[in-house]
Design a binder for this molecule. Structure first.
Ligand code: ATP
Ligand code: MG
Length: 329
C-alpha cells in the first residue's frame, strides 16, 4: 500500500472547518487505501508561545477530534510528534541542507511573523524544514494538506532531491494531495483570507457551541447584490459558504444554486448553520467521550508512537549513515 503522512498543530482547543474540509476529511478517506501516518505536531506548535498546561490539553483534544472525525487507530498510525524523536533529529540534518535564502522565501513565515506581536522565534522560520523531516521519515507517497501547504511541500521535495543527489538515493519525493474544491476555506469575516487557528475572527470551530457557530455563519460577510451564485472573484463570501455547504451536504454547488434561486443570503446562512450543526453534534459527543478517559487516549497514542518509531528509526539510521555519522554500536 502507498504511504500517506500528514499532521495538524495542537495550537488551539478546537480544529476549524478549514482543517476538516481541507485536510482531515481526506485523511479519513485515505486511511482505507494507504498505509497512513497521522500526527499531532506539538513540536510545530511551540514555534509560537504555548502555555504548557494548555498545550498538553490541546494535544489530547486534537487526538480526540481526529478519532471522532473518523481516524481509526487500528487502521492508521495516529501519534504525537514529540513521541518520535527522529523527527527533530532528521530535522537538524535537513536544516543543514537548506539555504537561508530558500527558507526566507516561505510566504507563510512572512505572513505569520508579520502578524506576531511578541518576538519571532527562529523555530517559526525553520518549521517548514522540520515538516520536511516529518514527511521524509515515512517515505510518504502522498501528503494530504490544504492549499497553504503547497510551497512547503515543494521545499520538502527539493530537500529530498538534494539529499539524494549528495548522499545517494535515500528519500522518496512526496506529492501534495490537495483536493481542489475545498483546498482553501476562507475566513467568514474576511473571505479573502484563509480560515486559520491563529487568526480567530471568522473561524467556525468544531468544538464550539453550535448556537455560536450558527451565529457566526449568519453574520458571515456576504457580498453586494442579492443573488446566490458561485463566483469566487466577485462574490467571495457567498461562494465560500456554497463551498462549505456543498462539502458538508454532499450536494453539488449547481444543485444548491438552483435550490436557492429567488431566495436570499439569510436563507442560505440559516440552512448552512443547521447543516453544520447536524454534522458536528455527533463529533462533539464523541470528543467528549474520548476525553473522558485520557488514560485510554494516551494508550492509543503510545501504540501509534511505537509503530511510527519502527519506521522512522530505520529511515533515520539510513540517513545518518549516508551523512557519515559513526554507528552508535
Ligand atoms: P495556524 O494558523 O496555527 O497555522 P491552521 O489553521 O493553518 O493553524 P494547521 O495545523 O497549520 O492549522 O493545518 C492543518 C491542516 O489544515 C493543513 O493541512 C492545512 O493545509 C489545512 N488547513 C488549514 N487551514 C485551512 C483552510 N482555511 N482551508 C483548507 N485547509 C486548511
Ligand atoms: Mg497552518
Amino acid at each position: 500500500r502507498p504511504r500517506v503522512l500528514s499532521g495538524i498543530q495542537p495550537t488551539a482547543g478546537s480544529f476549524h472547518l478549514g482543517n476538516y474540509l481541507g485536510a482531515i476529511r481526506q485523511w479519513v478517506a485515505l486511511q482505507e487505501t494507504h498505509d497512513a501516518f497521522y500526527c499531532v505536531v506539538d513540536l510545530h506548535a511551540i514555534t509560537v508561545e504555548q502555555d504548557p498546561k494548555v498545550l498538553r490539553q490541546n494535544t489530547r483534544t486534537s487526538a480526540a477530534q481526529l478519532l471522532a472525525l473518523g481516524i481509526d487507530p487500528d487502521t492508521a498510525t495516529l501519534f504525537v510528534q514529540s513521541h518520535v524523536p527522529e523527527h527533530a533529529q532528521l530535522g537538524w540534518v535537513l536544516q543543514c541542507l537548506t539555504g537561508f535564502g530558500e527558507a526566507s522565501r516561505m510566504t507563510q513565515f512572512k505572513d505569520k511573523s508579520a502578524r506576531q506581536e511578541t518576538q519571532v522565534g527562529v523555530g517559526l522560520f525553520t518549521y517548514p524544514i522540520l515538516q520536511a523531516a516529518d514527511i521524509l521519515l515515512y517515505n510518504a507517497h502522498h501528503v494530504p494538506v490544504g492549499e497553504d501547504q503547497r510551497q512547503h511541500l515543494e521545499l520538502t521535495r527539493d530537500l529530498a532531491q538534494r539529499f539524494n543527489t549528495r548522499y545517494g538515493k535515500t528519500f522518496r519525493l512526496p506529492e501534495a494531495y490537495i483536493v481542489k474544491d475545498t483546498a482553501k476555506i476562507y475566513d467568514l469575516q474576511d473571505p479573502t483570507a484563509k480560515m486559520s487557528k491563529s487568526v480567530p475572527t471568522g473561524v467556525v470551530e468544531l468544538l464550539e457551541d453550535v448556537k455560536r457557530s450558527a451565529k457566526k455563519i449568519r453574520s458571515a460577510v456576504t457580498d453586494t447584490g442579492r443573488e446566490i451564485a458561485y463566483d469566487p472573484e466577485n462574490k467571495p463570501g457567498v461562494s465560500n459558504l456554497l463551498v462549505i455547504y456543498s462539502a458538508l451536504s454532499g450536494r453539488t454547488i449547481d444543485e444548491l444554486v438552483a435550490d436557492y434561486a429567488g431566495k436570499g443570503y439569510g436563507d442560505l446562512k440559516k440552512d448552512l448553520g443547521e447543516v453544520f450543526s447536524e454534522f458536528v453534534t455527533p463529533v462533539q459527543e464523541k470528543v467528549t467521550t474520548y476525553l473522558s478517559d485520557p488514560a485510554e487516549l494516551d494508550k492509543v497514542l503510545a501504540k501509534g508512537a511505537e509503530r511510527a518509531r519502527e519506521v522512522a528509526s530505520k529511515t533515520l539510521a539510513r540517513a545518518y549513515d549516508k551523512v557519515g555519522f559513526l554507528p552508535s554500536g
